[in-house]
Design a protein around this ligand. Structure first.
Ligand code: IPE
Ligand code: IPE
Ligand code: MG
Length: 245
């Protein structure tokens, strides 16, 4: 006689989209008496590790906050160092990312970026456009308020041109005019370094994201920390304003 097979407990789904505020590179360097840019360089290793870990954790979209619209006010040497690291990262990793099935997308205000970086980004996006294993969204020169303002401007232009009735403006139309159009909202937003704020990151899109704040500094964050955050996410109860019954 065969025993009835016990049905396995239903595992809560992993987050489809994880967004990370990679903070704490400067403090990591300072604690070691090193210049801030060495902290940023170390942070790139954490990026590599986290990108590689996504597939095994069931994550389909990963957004990384690499440089905010406010980070332009940092000293010129630090900004230049960060831009150099970005160049290096894309040049060095593009082959591997492309063959691993990663689609790259960059969100933010490109008009402030150097011409060669704009070109490099376009190349990375075009080369990987058909990939579907993981979508890696890099938020660069990105600010959530700026993004919403430019969406408003585009919508207003359509209204002024007589092609859109103001009564038809709804959340879907706003979302379709953000840089993230076509990308699902993040299920989980993680911020490292112990700071507990969004710093202008995905303001519209994080309306119902679970937030996890981790004390580790970004260069110390790795695969096991990401797995732990995913585990915590799976224990959370998302209600979206409902009663939870
Ligand atoms: C995050 O690390 C990287 C960027 C903002 C580009 P920080 O440079 O903000 O590091 P802390 O917060 O000063 O430690
Ligand atoms: C947020 O970190 C931006 C990035 C991680 C790219 P910041 O270090 O710039 O944020 P604040 O200044 O602490 O709010
Ligand atoms: Mg910081």
């Amino acid at each position: 006689m065969s025993q009835p097979v016990a049905s396995p407990a239903l595992e809560p789904a992993p987050p489809r989209h994880v967004a990370i505020i990679m903070d704490g590179n400067g403090r990591w360097a300072k604690a070691r008496g090193l210049p801030r840019n060495l902290g940023h360089r170390q942070g790139v290793d954490a990026v590599r590790e986290v990108v590689r870990a996504c597939r095994g954790l069931g994550i389909q979209y990963l957004t990384l906050y690499a440089f905010s619209s406010e980070n332009w006010k940092r000293p010129q040497t630090e900004v230049a160092g960060l831009m150099d690291l970005l160049r290096l990262y894309i040049r060095r990793e593009l082959n591997e990312l492309a063959s691993a099935g990663v689609r790259i997308r960059v969100i933010g205000d490109r008009s402030r970026l150097a011409a060669d970086i704009i070109e490099l980004i376009a190349e990375a996006e075009n080369r990987t456009a058909e990939n579907r294993i993981l979508t890696l969204v890099i938020a660069l020169s990105y600010g959530g308020q700026d993004e919403i303002v430019s969406a408003c401007r585009r919508i207003a232009e359509r209204v002024a041109a007589g092609t859109l009735d103001p009564d038809r403006i709804d959340a879907d139309i706003v979302a379709a005019n953000l840089h993230t159009t076509g990308i699902p909202d993040p299920d989980l937003v993680i911020r490292t370094s112990g700071e507990q704020r969004l710093s202008n990151f995905l303001l519209w899109q994080s309306a119902y994201s679970e937030l996890i704040f981790v004390d580790k500094l970004w260069p110390d964050f790795g695969q096991s920390d990401l797995a732990a955050a995913v585990g915590e996410f799976q224990r959370r109860d998302r209600r979206y304003g409902g009663s939870g019954d």
